[in-house]
Design a protein around this ligand. Structure first.
Ligand SMILES: C[S@@+](CC[C@H](N)C(=O)[O-])C[C@H]1O[C@@H](n2cnc3c(N)ncnc32)[C@H](O)[C@@H]1O
Length: 299
């Protein structure tokens, strides 16, 4: 995402967490690996959605990233066309390649541009608009939800995936350092997240009561449900690689704000030559929860 110079200046003047600009192209492998690992969770989400919106004709994935979930939507709704929308063309390239590989390319297309305005380029209103972990990257979430609602067909459903619980990868006591490291990483990430939001162009502070915001957008909230990903130890190489990538990203993003003991513990966890690192230790797991809110356009 491009940001102007004023924005950068603003960022440096007001926040000690400097690196809130996200390079989405650089994130591509992690986004893809995460969505692939979380596929069992998404399959439950899709089954739940399919009961709420039967036979949508057009599905829009707003902020699709590399398209793992957009392709799951195509799979779940074989009668639907899917449009993956994102600000990053390289991520959409991955989405198209994936649709090709999975044999759904004939009813899969992409649209590149800034959300929410780019939705104005859609030829038809959507019967199902999925926004997975994308709304919180838009400065004015209330205005964006109104724009999403505006692109729904009458009877159409907006499905918003936001929040849940911070993921857990390790026991509370990992045998070195002060117990509870992940809880302290969560606290730093929450601060980073707040700075990230404050630095977005056109950022507006908002109480994140999603059903209330969906109602304000003219929709009728129709359900909230949280979905669990539970990959217990001993874990797969894929899950372990995801834990390594996630902790590496946390180390790079907020590691300098940890106290010396926690920083040393995190560095040990990430050292491939250390038997107690997440590269080798047998107790690594992935436990995550994601919440989905649905709302219907009634008129
Ligand atoms: C955290 S990722 C989520 C990707 C995918 N929905 C998932 O759940 O794996 C957020 C996505 O929103 C896109 N995005 C962020 N800000 C955007 C904007 N202003 N306009 C369009 N897309 C944006 C990013 O390019 C990225 O692909």
């Amino acid at each position: 995402m491009a940001h102007d110079d004023n924005h950068r200046q603003h960022q440096h003047q007001h926040h000690h967490h400097d690196h809130t600009d996200i390079d989405w192209n650089e994130m591509a492998p992690l986004l893809e690996a995460q969505a692939e690992l979380f596929t069992p969770l998404y399959e439950h989400t899709m089954a739940w959605l399919a009961k709420r919106q039967t036979e949508p004709g057009l599905i829009v994935d707003a902020g699709s990233g590399p398209g793992v979930i957009a392709c799951l939507l195509a799979d779940t709704f074989p009668g639907a066309r899917v449009v993956a929308v994102d600000g990053s063309e390289p991520l959409l390239q991955r989405a198209r390649a994936r649709a090709e590989r999975l044999g759904v390319a004939d009813r899969f297309s992409t649209l590149a541009g800034e959300l929410p305005d780019v939705l104005g380029d859609l030829d038809y209103p959507a019967d199902l608009l999925w926004a997975g972990r994308s709304l919180h990257h838009l400065g004015d979430q209330r205005a964006a939800l109104a724009a999403f609602a505006d692109r729904l067909a009458p009877g159409g459903t907006l499905a918003l995936q936001e929040g849940g619980l911070p993921a857990r990868f390790l026991p509370r006591d990992i045998g070195f350092g002060r117990p509870g490291l992940q809880a302290r990483l969560d606290a730093l990430e929450a601060e980073w997240f707040a700075a990230m939001r404050a630095d977005l162009p056109g950022s507006v502070a908002e109480t994140e009561d999603w059903p209330a915001l969906l109602t304000a957008a003219g929709l009728r909230p129709s359900g909230t449900r949280s979905f669990l990903l539970d990959l217990p130890a001993p874990t797969t190489d894929r899950a372990r690689a995801y834990v390594v990538a996630s902790l590496t990203r946390i180390r790079e993003g907020v590691g300098d704000h940890l106290d010396a003991d926690d920083r040393a513990a995190l560095d040990r966890l990430l050292d491939p030559d250390d038997k107690a690192s997440v590269h080798h230790r047998p107790d690594v797991f992935v436990l995550a929860v994601q919440t989905v809110y649905t709302a219907v356009r009634t008129k």
